[in-house]
Design a protein around this ligand. Structure first.
Ligand code: 6R9
Length: 653
């Protein structure tokens, strides 16, 4: 991607002139105002030093940032704290023991319970005691392969409490994927469940663990939560029931403080090439990032808000905004186990109504799915409790943003489009709900204390109106510290493209006002007859058509133009399929962006291939568009999707 050759596409985003400033009423009560940007700009390091007062330290830190061994930055050196104490004990000690930490909503009907901070603290103490009695010591890695249930949160915090870094593996990854992660970080203990409920069926977690452990001879113990009551084989001498170990342990546990840089967790994220990268986060800086950004970006009022991140704990979004951010802030949250359409398509809105959810945070893929199902479904529920709604995981197309604001936010709530990564630990680029006049589709600007820029190939900042590579130019507290066991890959992947700066791997554009538009991964940029086109911009144009609910665009090799645009679309509930639809949509894109962006081919599909966090796997669609064997599908949420799409492509005219 270069700075100059995007004229054909800049026009489409520049034409987006809808603006949504906060109401005076909202701005007046907001946690964070304009002044915070100035405060952070005046002295960024001091700004973070002051924010750190929101954590409870056993020993205060001596230095905010130690950059003597960059890019191996250290934050809050000399400081000591316990992450679990910050998430639990201190709230109970402050008299908040009876506050609900989680409203847990299981997938099966009427399976729900609310857990207070006192109860959660006791359960975490029990699990910490149990882990210690199983020989887990500070620094030992523990793998967690569990459903979206309260015991998963308990497991994570118990690890944090005893200083044993956890690695949570998404419950739905295959036995091979699980084994690879266990082996990479050399975990010796695995926490799991007999099964997980998913759309009325049961995922046999324990069976998958058994299979994975055939490859992991060093794992000595598996502790199993009874969740679904499915038949499981318990291996003598290795497997233990959670209810016979954890739930019989002492309810009190003396927590010890750890160094600010003590490892907290390893989260695996897929690279474009090679094996998954184990992203390492440490204690104080990470916790501060999650805690402060949840308060700042969602205008969190822990006394009154009911906060819901509708994402999976096995994704970094769940780590930071279901577990560590909300609990460190003493928030009441919703924890929902199941799918949005289990057992019906109004399930999320039923949950919002039941608990009076005030802040909702989810992914654009969910929003586009709800668009497809139709606005009359959410309209059947009382969503008036919502006051801030957020989006994460992919660029949110302007039409999806406006639909979300209108049909979920009642035309009233600020929408925060938050850009960040597993590597960044917490939100980096986002509007502030009480300050920013939101532009649909734009993540706007870096949060106070975060420094980003967009660079061209030569590493020079691009002018307003141009696009390039997103970088973070200064260290931040919740940054990854390394790739587990591979410092060299850490330097190569993130710090070598633009020396001294963190390379995010995403394309971005500055608009005429200097506001930021994220364009997806750098690899998702096409070259059509010499023009650089971003998949996201063409997808946004397609989604702007009243016929289309979701679109995925790829560049396929083309004899005349180098690459040609191939689009896969899901039609909205009420749009009829037919031969004229493709022709209509091709013209629609030509009109919106320009002839150069007109898809060579448009295929109507029922589903798109997505990862568990809802990201479209364009790489697989590219394989189909170029008539290749479809590549590795192990990280897909539904692996059968690709067969259907491939058959559709073969039958297409
Ligand atoms: C939190 C998370 C990171 C990648 C990131 C980017 C994409 C996330 C986005 C966004 C545009 C947003 N991404 N949020 N793109 N706008 N608001 O998603 O972490 O799973 O590591 O993915 O997701 O491409 O580089 P992770």
């Amino acid at each position: 991607m270069t700075t100059t050759d995007q004229p054909s596409t800049i026009a489409s985003l520049a034409a987006e002139d809808r603006r949504f400033p906060p109401s005076d009423e909202f701005a007046a009560q907001a946690n964070v105002g304009e002044a915070v940007y100035d405060e952070a700009a005046a002295d960024r390091v001091a700004f973070w030093g002051e924010r750190a007062a929101r954590l409870t330290w056993e020993t205060p830190f001596e230095q905010v940032l130690d950059d003597s061994d960059a890019p191996f930055y250290k934050w809050f050196t000399g400081g000591r704290l316990n992450v679990a104490v910050n998430c639990l004990d201190r709230h109970v000690e402050a008299g908040l023991g009876d506050r609900v930490a989680f409203h847990f909503e299981g997938e099966p009907a009427d399976d729900r319970r609310s857990i207070t901070y006192r109860e959660l603290t006791e359960q975490v103490c029990q699990a910490a005691n149990a882990l210690e009695s199983l020989g887990v010591r500070s620094g030992d890695r523990v793998a967690i392969y569990m459903p979206m249930i309260p015991e998963t949160v308990v497991a994570m915090l118990a690890c944090a409490r005893i200083g044993a870094p956890h690695t949570v593996v998404f419950a739905g990854f295959s036995a091979d994927a699980l084994a690879a992660r266990i082996l990479d970080c050399d975990a010796r203990v695995v926490l799991t469940a007999d099964g997980a409920h998913r759309k009325g069926a049961v995922i046999p977690l324990k069976q998958i663990v058994d299979e994975a452990l055939e490859q992991c001879p060093d794992v000595r113990t598996a502790v199993v939560v009874k969740r679904t009551g499915s038949d499981v084989t318990m291996v003598e001498g290795r497997d233990l029931w959670w209810h016979e170990t954890v739930e019989r342990a002492e309810r009190t546990h003396e927590a010890q403080a750890f160094d600010a840089e003590h490892p907290l967790y390893v989260m695996y994220t897929s690279g474009t090439t090679g094996k998954p990268k184990g992203i390492l986060h440490t204690s104080a800086g990470y916790l501060l990032g999650a805690s402060w950004t949840q308060w700042e970006v969602f205008d969190l009022k822990p006394e009154t808000d009911v906060y819901w991140t509708a994402a999976d704990i096995g994704w970094v979004t769940g780590h930071s905004y279901i577990v560590y951010g909300p609990l460190s802030n003493g928030t009441t949250s919703v924890l929902y186990e199941g799918a949005p359409d289990a057992p019906h398509r109004g399930r999320w809105w039923e949950i919002v109504q039941r608990y009076g959810v005030t802040v909702l945070y989810c992914a654009p893929t969910a929003i586009r799915t709800f668009m497809k199902w139709g606005a009359d479904i959410p309209a059947g529920y009382d969503l008036s409790s919502l006051r801030v709604i957020g989006s994460v995981g992919e660029p949110i197309n302007p039409e999806a943003y406006v639909w979300y604001r209108e049909h979920i936010g009642g035309g009233r709530t600020p929408v925060v489009d938050t850009w960040w990564q597993t590597e960044t630990g917490s939100i980096m680029i986002s509007p502030l709900p009480g300050v920013t006049a939101g532009k649909p589709g734009a993540a706007m600007k870096a949060l106070p204390g975060v420094a980003v820029d967009v660079l061209d190939d030569a590493g020079e900042p691009v002018p307003d109106g141009a696009g390039g590579y997103l970088v973070v130019t200064e260290p931040w507290p919740s940054m990854l510290r390394t790739i587990w066991g591979d410092d060299e890959r850490f330097r190569d992947t993130y710090w070598s493209r633009f020396p001294g700066k963190y390379f995010a791997g995403d394309g971005a554009k500055k608009d005429a006002d200097g506001d930021l538009w994220l364009l997806g991964r750098v690899d998702d940029v096409m070259n059509v007859a010499g023009h650089r086109l971003s998949t996201y911009e063409i997808e946004s144009a397609l989604v702007a058509s009243p016929l289309v609910a979701e679109a995925a665009v790829v560049g396929a090799a083309d004899e005349t133009t180098g690459q040609a645009v191939v689009a896969f679309v899901i039609l909205r509930g009420d749009a009829a399929d037919g031969p004229e639809v493709a022709a209509q949509l091709r013209e629609f894109v030509a009109k919106q962006i320009g002839k150069i962006a007109r898809p060579r081919q448009i295929l109507v599909v029922a589903e798109l291939p997505k990862t568990r966090s809802g990201k479209i796997m364009r790489r697989l669609l590219r394989d189909v568009a170029e008539h290749r064997t479809v590549g590795d599908v192990t990280t897909l949420a539904d692996t059968t999707v690709m067969d259907v799409i491939r058959d559709g492509m073969a039958a297409a005219p």
